[in-house]
Design a protein around this ligand. Structure first.
Ligand code: BGC
Length: 560
């Protein structure tokens, strides 16, 4: 058996100022339609969130981020916004939002809302006005309308593909009934892209930011933050076969264009006009940490999800590499690294880390997928992965249900699926519904306590009975209690703001490091790894084997 000696090699770590809460915060993502449903219609809502905030306080998170709850026809589960300054009746009212915000703040929990600036819904008043107006009008100029190619404009302006599959252009019928111009939609055809070169669009989003800041939100998660500005000439571009739906090889004429950063410099200044300490978090799916770090230069956003970390496989070398590169890239611009393993767009990490086949992001897994995950291995790895992640200096995002060890739901019936990806690829890609199933609260209640009626917009699996929060509450070995312990220790030991250093000469297949007063050893190999003599274990993701860390297990040790 190999063992770990505790000599260290130093590495730079960004220091947190106590005011800048977002540098070290553990932030819990609420997907409102699947969190808690107060009115029993099968779709979660804002009063449901308010009623369950105590559970999040007990879990020990610093903030919540809410996926969109604004007025929307729900073609992409709310990421198709028809009115940015109102609440969709499905989720409640603005008064319900204010009550939820106040209740969260009373509990010391900050609130981040989702902002979707790349595109609106096709039901947005501006898009409806654009359809009614003539080509070349100011109404059309708020979106990306272009004439088609070919003799009668019958071909799209270029060959771009929608992230959800199929062409990224749709041709409209003009008011006089003739086939007309085309509009760009990087996502569903119900999500037309704004033209961010238009000052009117820029001003409208300043107004929207102010609307939510005035209500007291602590920040924004910015959807598709790498996509707002397109290459001037709209050149042809085809993503490589089977590439991740949000990523792509550089350079892509619609991701990461230089001009996009000016928008966030402007928003940074706007947030600074407000008291408190408000933050912007970029959802920018760039291939590397170096590229992602461009969004968090000192005058831009405050956080950017570290998706290269999320995409790393359960492999010590890959993790070592991505952690190293992340500290260098984000630290290099003075920003925290924002760690994340799951969200509403990716296969839950309790399944993803045990997949036996390629799984491009956004494609999902379903009944006919190859390499389905072993749920026992998946959960074991997920617990170890989170134990490792929550010891890394920086901020960390958790996705609702991961604290219960929820796996991806693979066996959803075809007719229950709702992700536009599923429809736009005619079932070739399963999409993201499997990570969006309403979460279980009470094992023996209707819909596992999601609501009182038993209705659920996606069916909940029978196996979730034992994963319900109340079933895990009193079990010291449960995933819920592991998360509670990790979040408590993370706070008590200040690891999120600590100095980071690798343990030198750690055995192959381990990830071993010091984070301030804590040493972490994660064993990803097949053989157990002996603990250093006299080690004091603070928390372990699985029972130890005597004085050894078994396979797929991570431990925190006290450095005393
Ligand atoms: C969101 C997705 C959404 C897409 C389009 C993404 O980045 O996280 O859920 O489908 O943007 O708005």
């Amino acid at each position: 058996m190999t063992s770990v000696e505790l000599s260290v090699e130093s590495a730079p770590a960004a220091q947190a100022s106590p005011r800048e809460w977002w540098r070290t915060a553990a932030i819990y993502q609420i997907y409102p339609r699947s969190f808690a449903d107060a009115n029993g219609d099968g779709i979660g809502d804002l009063p449901g969130i308010t009623s369950r905030l105590d559970a999040l306080r007990d879990l020990g998170v610093d903030a919540i981020w809410l996926s969109p709850f604004m007025t929307s026809p729900q073609k992409d589960a709310g990421y198709d916004v028809a009115d940015y300054c109102d609440v969709d009746p499905l989720f409640g009212t603005l008064a319900d939002f204010d009550a939820m915000l106040a209740a969260a703040h009373e509990r010391g929990i900050r609130v981040i809302v989702d902002l979707v600036p790349n595109h609106s819904s096709d039901q947005h008043a501006w898009f409806q006005a654009a359809l009614a107006a003539a080509p070349g009008s100011p109404e059309r100029a708020r979106y990306m309308f272009r004439d088609g190619q070919g003799e009668d404009g019958e071909l799209p302006p270029n060959n771009w593909q929608s992230v959800f599959g199929g062409p990224a252009w749709t041709r409209i019928t003009e008011a006089d009934g003739r086939p007309g111009q085309w509009y760009l939609h990087l996502f569903d055809s119900s999500q037309p892209d704004f033209d961010w070169a238009n000052p009117e669009v820029q001003e409208e989003f300043r107004r929207i930011l102010r609307f939510w800041l005035d209500r007291g939100v602590d920040g924004f998660r910015v959807d598709v933050a790498h996509g707002l500005v397109k290459h001037d000439e709209l050149p042809d571009y085809m993503p490589p076969e089977d590439s991740d739906s949000m990523g792509g090889q550089e350079p892509v004429p619609y991701w990461g264009q230089e001009g996009v950063h000016e928008i966030y410099r402007d928003w940074h200044r706007l947030l600074e006009e407000y008291p408190g300490d408000r933050a912007l978090c970029a959802e920018a799916w760039m291939p590397t940490a170096e590229e992602t770090a461009l969004w968090v230069r000192p005058d831009e956003m405050h956080q950017a999800f570290n998706f290269p970390y999320l995409m790393a496989e359960w492999d010590a070398e890959q993790l070592h590499e991505v952690i190293d590169v992340s500290f260098e890239a984000f630290g290099g611009v003075g920003a925290p690294t924002t760690w994340v393993l799951s969200n509403h767009d990716v296969i839950r990490h309790a399944s993803r880390l045990a997949l036996g086949a390629e799984h491009p992001q956004g494609h999902g897994i379903g009944p006919l997928s190859k390499g389905k995950p072993d749920p026992v291995v998946g959960l074991r790895r997920a617990r170890a992965a989170t134990t490792l992640m929550l010891a890394l200096p920086g901020s960390a995002y958790l996705y609702q249900g991961e604290e219960l060890g929820l796996p991806e739901v693979i066996d959803l019936p075809d007719d229950a699926r709702q992700d536009p990806t599923w429809f736009r690829t005619k079932g070739e890609r399963y999409g993201r519904d499997g990570c969006r199933v309403p979460i279980p609260w009470e094992a023996d209640a209707p819909a596992y306590g999601f609501n009182a009626t038993g209705a659920s917009w996606l069916p909940q699996p029978a196996e979730w009975h034992g994963l319900a929060r109340d079933a895990q509450d009193a079990d010291p070995a449960s995933t819920l209690n592991l998360y509670r312990a990790l979040l408590r220790l993370r706070r008590e030991h200040g690891v999120a703001a600590a100095e980071f250093s690798w343990i030198e000469d750690a055995p192959a297949d381990t990830v071993a490091f010091r984070s301030g007063p804590v040493t972490v050893i994660a064993n990803l190999g097949a053989e157990p790894v002996a603990l250093p003599a006299g080690a004091r274990v603070l928390v372990s993701s699985a029972p130890l084997e005597g004085d050894a860390v078994p396979t797929d297990t991570a431990v925190w040790l006290a450095n005393d």
